[in-house]
Ligand binder design. Structure first.
Ligand code: UDP
Length: 239
C-alpha cells in the first residue's frame, strides 16, 4: 500500500513473523520498519527519511491509524501489526530457533534491564549484547565493531524514529546481522522504566497519544494524528 508516499506491506502478524523466519535463514541484512502515523508524518517533509523507509525489506502496518488510512484509501490492509507485539513474537521465535539478539538504544542501563526482563520471560533466549543509544558520530564505528564482534541474528535499535532508521540504513552494508529493526521506546517499556498505556488506548491504536499526554515533552506530538487524518482524506480526494 502507498500511504502518503510510504510503502506499507499488507501483512498480518503471522505473515510478518513468517517473513522474519525467511529473513533469518538468508545471510544478508534485512531491514524492518514499523511505519505508524507519526513516522509517516515525519517523512512528509523529509525526502531522505521517506527513501529510507521505502528501502526497507518489510514495512509492517504499525497501528490502527494505518489500518484506518488503508480503509479510507481503499487499500488492502486489514490487520495492524504493532512493533511491540511483533518483537515479542520474534523473542518467542528466538526460544524455538537458535536466534541471538543485540539490544541497542535507550538511556544507559535500560538495555541491560530489558535484557534481564526478556531473559526472565523467554527462558533460554540468547541476548548476546547491549549498548545504550547515546553515542556520538565518532563513536559509531566502535558500536558497529561491538555488534559485529558478536554477530547477532537480530539487532533491535531503540533510538526513536528517524534516528534508529537512519543508523540502520547508514550501516546496512556493514552490519553483520540478519534482521535490523527500529523499535522506538520498546526497551523503556520492557525494562519497566515506562509503563504501557491502558488497554483501551492500545486497542484503539492510540498508545502513542496516551504517552504524548503523559509526558510534557511529547505534547506537541498530539497534533500529528489530526494532521495525518487530514492528509489521508486529502490524498483520497486526489486519487
Ligand atoms: N534514544 C536513544 N538515543 C537518542 C535519542 C533517543 O537511544 O539519541 C532513545 C530514548 O532514550 C528512548 C527511545 O530512544 O528510549 C525513543 O523513544 P520514543 O518513545 O521517543 O520513541 P517512539 O517509540 O515514539 O518512536
Amino acid at each position: 500500500m502507498d500511504l502518503l508516499g510510504i510503502r506499507v506491506d499488507n501483512v498480518s502478524m503471522d505473515e510478518a513473523v513468517k517473513k522474519a523466519e525467511e529473513f533469518l535463514v538468508e545471510s544478508k541484512l534485512h531491514f524492518i520498519c514499523t511505519p505508524n502515523p507519526e513516522i509517516v508524518m515525519a517523512a512528509q517533509n523529509d525526502e531522505e527519511f521517506k527513501n529510507i523507509l521505502n528501502s526497507a525489506d518489510l514495512n509492517i502496518p504499525d497501528g490502527k491509524g494505518v489500518v484506518w488510512a488503508a480503509k479510507k484509501l481503499k487499500e488492502p490492509i486489514f490487520e495492524r501489526v504493532t512493533g511491540f507485539d511483533f518483537i515479542h513474537r520474534i523473542f518467542e521465535l528466538g526460544q524455538d530457533m537458535d536466534i541471538s539478539f543485540f539490544l541497542l538504544g535507550a538511556k544507559p542501563g535500560i538495555a541491560d534491564l530489558a535484557k534481564e526482563k526478556i531473559e526472565e520471560k523467554y527462558l533460554g533466549i540468547k541476548i548476546v549484547g547491549t549498548n545504550d543509544g547515546y553515542f556520538s558520530v565518532e563513536e559509531e564505528k566502535e558500536i558497529l565493531d561491538k555488534i559485529n564482534a558478536v554477530k547477532p541474528d537480530v539487532l533491535l535499535v531503540a533510538m526513536g524514529a528517524p534516528k534508529q532508521e537512519r543508523f540502520i540504513y547508514k550501516y546496512r552494508n556493514k552490519l553483520d546481522c540478519k534482521i535490523a529493526i527500529g523499535v522506538g521506546g520498546c526497551l523503556d517499556v520492557i525494562s519497566g522504566k515506562t509503563k504501557r498505556a491502558p488497554k483501551i488506548f492500545i486497542d484503539l491504536g492510540l498508545e502513542w497519544l496516551y504517552r504524548s499526554c503523559s509526558d510534557f515533552r511529547r505534547l506537541k506530538r498530539i497534533i500529528t494524528l489530526p494532521r495525518f487524518m487530514y492528509r489521508v482524506k486529502r490524498s483520497r480526494k486526489q486519487k
